[in-house]
Each structure stands twice: as structure tokens, then as C-alpha cells.
Design a protein around this ligand. Structure first.
Ligand code: SAM
Length: 278
């Protein structure tokens, strides 16, 4: 299938396809954007790519020649005839028509062999964060995640301490990945046109994770630190050992009146480790 807006619309119309807002369906109509994503992703061929939400297959079709296998999850079964037509030449693509969030992905991929595991997708924006959290919590061991997301959400993933975008999600994600923006994307390259701009963000797995004595405790502490945006560490972490926390903060030139958004991942790790015995 060609990528001109008219051709895509023709195909969608011929198949009586109706866009579903509830599934975050905004399809890319600019081939240059897809080519730029592929180029900047630097994908190794001996890989399995997971794509969440292939839609009409515009991105999928270009992923297929760049990887040994592509496994897609599409919630909307009415896209099947379109996807079959778009992808008939690519027998290394498999599509599972189901809700990605409900899948046992580890079990879905256990029969594939590959050197690298990637997630590449133009995500359904209404579930961006649950998707990223699922990839991490399911221990998928992905080498890279390259995803198109709403600009504001992408800015949170890659935010630096001291900025208003920096929050507990930033710290959670940056514990596991180096995050960077690889592309700005205008709202004009989609049909229907969304009312937000987008960016493509790349998450690269960190080889050496900082040692945490207790991962769950760490993430709970970070969440609690940000629980009330305007309050400082002393107020948000009342139920923890404030004396110990104060000592760690002093090491970095902070004190209990500091707000969570000032503190780097490393400071949070140090605080959390100081509160866990052993
Ligand atoms: N990849 C296509 C493109 O770039 O043109 C479509 C991207 S569109 C933003 C998001 C896609 O995700 C839609 O096809 C939608 O049906 C699908 N989707 C939405 N929720 C989903 C879910 N929970 N699991 C799997 N796919 C989902």
C-alpha cells in the first residue's frame, strides 16, 4: 500500500473501516516520518520487534525487512483485512488480535530466537504509561524501545531534575533505561489529526543498573516523595526515618526542606538503600 493520505483513506473506506477514538487510532500518513524512525532506530537484523498497534500496517511494512521477526498486537479486529492486504508479502510478521496490556508477552515470544528484542510503535496515547510500565514489570528484557508518544508525556520520560516535567515516572523509567528524543513529529502527519504534537522517544537498556537493596521499597519511596507536588521531603516522607533521610540529603547539599523534583535518581537510590537493613 502507498502512503499518500488519499490512498490510505481509499483503502480504509473500501474496507468500511471506522476510526475508533477509544483505541487512540491516529494513523501515520507521511512515509518520511516512518523512514526517519527506522533510520534513527539503528535496528540490528537478528532481532524480534514487538509492535503495539500496527493500525493499517504503515510502520509494520517497513519494520518487516529490518528484522528477523515482527510480532504485533492489535486490539481492533476490524483492521484484519487491511493488515492482511498490506503485509501479505511479509511472512515474518505475526499479528495477535488482542489487548497488549492483557497478554502474557513472555509466553508469546518464548519460541522466537533473536539477539536483540525491540519494541517499536506509534503508541495508542491513552495507554502510553501502562504500556511502558508493563514492558518493565513483565521483565521483557528489551534492548531498545522506540515509541511515538504525545510530546508532553515523552518530555516526562526524559525530564531532568529541577524541571516541572520531572516526576516519579521519570525516575522509574530512568532507573532501567537511558531516554532520549529522536524525532519531533507534527500533528499534521496523522489521520485523523490529533490535537497534540508528538515526539519519538528512544529508551535504551542500561547495562549496569545501580544496586538497590529492595526495588519495591525504592519505587514506593519515590512515589511517596512526589505524592504532594508542593510539599517537601519532610512532609511527603513523614512515615519514614527522617533522621536517616536528612543525613543522606546533607551529603548532596540538600536537606529535608528540599522538594522531590530536585533530587536525582542516584540520591533517591542512596536514600532508599540507607533505609533498608542489611
Ligand atoms: N501503527 C499505526 C500507525 O502508526 O499508523 C497505528 C497507530 S495508532 C496511534 C494506535 C494503534 O493501537 C491503533 O491501531 C489501535 O487500534 C491500537 N491499540 C489501541 N489500544 C490497544 C491495545 N490495548 N492493545 C493493542 N493495540 C491497541
Amino acid at each position: 500500500m502507498e502512503y499518500s493520505p488519499k490512498k490510505l483513506l481509499d483503502v480504509l473506506n473500501r474496507n468500511n473501516f471506522k476510526f475508533k477514538k477509544r483505541y487512540g487510532q491516529n494513523f501515520i500518513i507521511d512515509e518520511n516520518i516512518i523512514d526517519a524512525i527506522i533510520k534513527k532506530s539503528n535496528l540490528e537484523y537478528d532481532s524480534l520487534i514487538i509492535e503495539i498497534g500496527p493500525g493499517s500496517g504503515a510502520l509494520t511494512k517497513k519494520l518487516a525487512p529490518n528484522a528477523k521477526n515482527v510480532l504485533c498486537y492489535e486490539i481492533d479486529y476490524t483492521l484484519k483485512s487491511i493488515l492482511d492486504a498490506t503485509l501479505y508479502q511479509h511472512n515474518n510478521v505475526k499479528i495477535i488480535y488482542d489487548d497488549f496490556l492483557k497478554r502474557d508477552v513472555l509466553s508469546d515470544i518464548k519460541n522466537y530466537t533473536y539477539k536483540k528484542l525491540y519494541v517499536v510503535a506509534n503508541l495508542p496515547y491513552y495507554i502510553t504509561t501502562p504500556i511502558i510500565v508493563k514492558i518493565i514489570e513483565d521483565n521483557l528484557d528489551v534492548d531498545k524501545i522506540i515509541v511515538m508518544v504525545q510530546k508532553e508525556v515523552g518530555d516526562r520520560f526524559r525530564a531532568k531534575p529541577g524541571t516541572k516535567e520531572y516526576n516519579s515516572l521519570t525516575i522509574f523509567v530512568n532507573y532501567f533505561f537511558d531516554v532520549k528524543k529522536i524525532l519531533d513529529v507534527s500533528r499534521n502527519v496523522f489521520i485523523p489529526k490529533p490535537n497534540v504534537d508528538s515526539i519519538v522517544v528512544q529508551f535504551t537498556k542500561k547495562d549496569d543498573l545501580i544496586t538497590l537493596k529492595n526495588k519495591d521499597f525504592f519505587f514506593k519511596l519515590v512515589q511517596d516523595s512526589f505524592s504532594q507536588k508542593r510539599k517537601n521531603i519532610k512532609n511527603n516522607l513523614k512515615k519514614y526515618d527522617l533522621e536517616k533521610i536528612g543525613k543522606v540529603l546533607n551529603k548532596y547539599g540538600f536537606d529535608l526542606s528540599t522538594r522531590a523534583e530536585q533530587l536525582s535518581l542516584e540520591v533517591f537510590v542512596d536514600i532508599a538503600n540507607s533505609l533498608v537493613e542489611g
